[in-house]
Design a protein around this ligand. Structure first.
Ligand code: F6P
Ligand code: MN
Length: 327
C-alpha cells in the first residue's frame, strides 16, 4: 500500500512526473524553472534605472536582460543536461556538455524595454533534441515554456501533453494553477503588434478596421509574453506582429519567441502562422531569423492570414461612415 498522503497542492515536478514526461526532460524543465526563479528575484532586487548603480559588491550593475541571460546560462550549465543553447542575447549556438541530450533556445527577458514602466515581462524557452538548429523546424521542439513576471510570477509549460500553468508561491515553489489551458474559437480581444506596418501594408489597416468595427476589446501591453499569456488564460483572442514598416521581415524572432509560443498555442488547440504556414513548419535558416506572426484562436488566425494576403488598395475603397461624425 502507498503510504504517501494525498497532496494538498501539485508542484511542477509532481505534475511533470504524473504526466509521464520523460525523466531527463522533467529534470531539465525543473532546472529551467529554477533559472526563472532567479530571474524573478533579479527583477525584484536589481536597482533599475539608477544611473551608475552598483550592486552590494560594488560592481556596476548589468542591464536586466544581460543579467537574466547570465543567470539562465549558469543554470543550464549546472543542469548537465544541456548539450548546447542559443539565446536571443547571443544568437549563436554555444556548446556546453558534449554528451548531454538537449539543445535549449531562449529569450532571457522579453519586453525589457517595459521594465522601467514596471509592466509585465517574461522569459521564453524552447527545448530540442541536441544538435545544430539550422535546417530544423520549431515543430521538432520537445517542450516549450515561458515565465511571465507580473504582479505574480507564472510559469506555463507544454511537453506534448497539453498546456499547464503554475504560480510561484511564497516559499519559491511552482504550484499548479490551471491544467489543460485551451483555446476556444472565439475572439473577444485583439493585440495588434507592429501597428506601424499599417503605413505600408494596407491589408493590415483593413484588418484593424474590421476589428474596430466589430467592437472587440484591445488588450495590448507591448510584451509578447503577457499579451499571448492573456489569450491562453482567457482561452480566446488574437495577437499579431506582422511584417512591414521598420521591420520588413517581422519584428519577432522565430527561434526564441515565435517557435516556443507556436508550440504552446498549438498544444492549447489554437494556431500560429506566418500568414502562409504554421510557424512550427518554418525552416530555421538563421539563428536570428525574424518572422511575422499571427497567433491565437484558430479561425481568426485563418481569417487574418486571408485578409493579409489580399491585395487591397485601401485608398481606392469607399470611406466607411464614421460612427460618431466629428462636429
Ligand atoms: O521582443 C520584442 C517585443 O518587446 C515583444 O515582447 C512585443 O510583442 C513586441 O516587441 C512589441 O512590438 P511593437 O512595438 O512593434 O508592437
Ligand atoms: Mn524578445
Amino acid at each position: 500500500m502507498n503510504a504517501c498522503p494525498l497532496p494538498t497542492r501539485v508542484s511542477l515536478n509532481a505534475h511533470l512526473f504524473q504526466s509521464g514526461v520523460p525523466d531527463r526532460l522533467r529534470h531539465l524543465i525543473n532546472d529551467v524553472a529554477r533559472a526563472g526563479k532567479y530571474v524573478h528575484n533579479a527583477i525584484r532586487t536589481t536597482d533599475l534605472g539608477l544611473a551608475g548603480s552598483e550592486n552590494q559588491f560594488g560592481e556596476e550593475q548589468l542591464k536586466l536582460d544581460v543579467l537574466s541571460n547570465k543567470i539562465i546560462k549558469e543554470e543550464l550549465c549546472e543542469s548537465r543536461l544541456v548539450h548546447s543553447y542559443a539565446s536571443e542575447e547571443e544568437a549563436v549556438l554555444q556548446e556546453l556538455v558534449p554528451d548531454a541530450p538537449f539543445t535549449v533556445v531562449f529569450d532571457p527577458l522579453d519586453g525589457s524595454s517595459l521594465v522601467d514602466a514596471n509592466l509585465a515581462i517574461g522569459s521564453i524557452f524552447g527545448i530540442y533534441e541536441k544538435g545544430d538548429l539550422i535546417g530544423r523546424k520549431p515543430r521538432e521542439q520537445l517542450a516549450a515554456l515561458y515565465l511571465v513576471y507580473g504582479p505574480r510570477t507564472i510559469l506555463v509549460y507544454s511537453a506534448d501533453k497539453g498546456v499547464h500553468a503554475f504560480i510561484l508561491n511564497e516559499v519559491g515553489e511552482f504550484i499548479l494553477l490551471q491544467r489543460n489551458l485551451s483555446m476556444r474559437d472565439e475572439v473577444k480581444t485583439y493585440a495588434p503588434g507592429n501597428l506601424r506596418a499599417v503605413t505600408d501594408t494596407p491589408p493590415y489597416r483593413k484588418m484593424m478596421n474590421i476589428w474596430l468595427d466589430e467592437g472587440i476589446t484591445l488588450r495590448y501591453s507591448g510584451g509578447m509574453v503577457p499579451d499571448v499569456h492573456h489569450m491562453l488564460i482567457k482561452g480566446a483572442g488574437i495577437f499579431t506582429n506582422i511584417a512591414g514598416s521598420k521591420y520588413p521581415q517581422g519584428k519577432l524572432r522565430l527561434l526564441y519567441e515565435c517557435g516556443p509560443f507556436a508550440y504552446i498555442m498549438e498544444q492549447a488547440g489554437g494556431a500560429a502562422s506566418d500568414g502562409h504556414h504554421s510557424i512550427l513548419d518554418v525552416k530555421i535558416h538563421d539563428m536570428d531569423q525574424r518572422t511575422p506572426i499571427i497567433i491565437g484562436a484558430k479561425k481568426e488566425v485563418k481569417r487574418v492570414s486571408e485578409v493579409l494576403s489580399e491585395n487591397h488598395r485601401i485608398s481606392n475603397e469607399k470611406p466607411r461612415k464614421a460612427l460618431h461624425p466629428v462636429a
